[in-house]
Design a binder for this molecule. Sequence first.
Ligand SMILES: *Cc1c(COP(=O)(O)O)cnc(C)c1O
Length: 354
Amino acid sequence: METISTLKIEKRSNSKIGDVDFNNLPFGSVFTDHMFSCEYVNGQWQQSEIIPYGPIPMDPGAKVFHYGQAVFEGMKAFKDDNGKVFLFRPEDNWARINKSAARLAMPEFPKESFMEGLKELLKLDDAWIKSGEGNSLYIRPFVIATQSGVSASPSDRYKFIIILSPAQSYYAGEVNVVFAEKYSRAADGGVGFAKAAGNYAAQFYPTDLAKKEGYQQIIWTDASTHEFLEEAGTMNVFFRVGDKLLTAPTNDRILDGITRKSVIQLAKDAGIDVEVRQVSVKEIVAAAQAGELKEIFGVGTAAVVVPFKSFGYQDVNHKLNAPENSYGLKFKKMLNDIQYNRAEDKYGWRVVVK
Ligand SMILES: *Cc1c(COP(=O)(O)O)cnc(C)c1O
């Protein structure tokens, strides 16, 4: 066992990597050899450790099971053709998990432990990060309330864990979306801006209903009027009307996506007109009818960019024909080029791991 500053590392003796078919990896289903773990007890985060990946013992009374006091993050590591490993804007993920945690009355996790723990974990499981277009290592940090007790109050014990899952190019298949007319994802003053576990469970049922109608995802509208378009499933969403790009401003119902803000920056740099403002269902339907709606695409870490094939609203399906010079695909390439160390990194988004 070695100790790196305050980080304790216990290595697995035999790697599982030989059993993994890297050419056939359903997203998020295979995990690497190690995980990072830190416990919060007596008002303090204890010594962090990297240990072999495996089940964690939990008391059935733990508050996470009863009240959903849990937050998470989603990020990726990339390897270039020389074997160098990079993260993309990782400090933004650290800041966001703490923002999410604060909203759920959970303690914040220190930046140095987060960055050091994550980098050491990535170095240890380096063999799981494959180079080449589309390959990456998906990183899932999360915090759960572990105190036993079914009184509805914040836990006084937590576990912060990071697990890693090798990922191939995310192919979502054909994605048709439907605008939400009845259900909502988030409410004013609620937890929509946080990556709170319960937000996602609440989407499963309406999304299953949408699937029965032939739609793979829902574009969520504002909860009170259903007149404004906000998020696409678990992605932020952009609309291209003519040559102009539209996206909703972030607020307490919308998650402040790192891909979203990167796309806004890249679009501005490319001289594309971006309007960050409320986008109404009415104007998008009108633009589609007038033939001016060129693209709708979702953006997020897992898939980077997902262009949508069509959208449904009030039982009418509007087809979207992918334009030659798709903005969505252009941004996907620009982001991938920065992430894989193939393009200049003007804003210092790439962070070297090794
Ligand atoms: C994670 C997430 C996004 C995308 O955020 P990125 O930082 O770009 O990965 C968008 N919407 C929701 C609801 C999310 O959970």
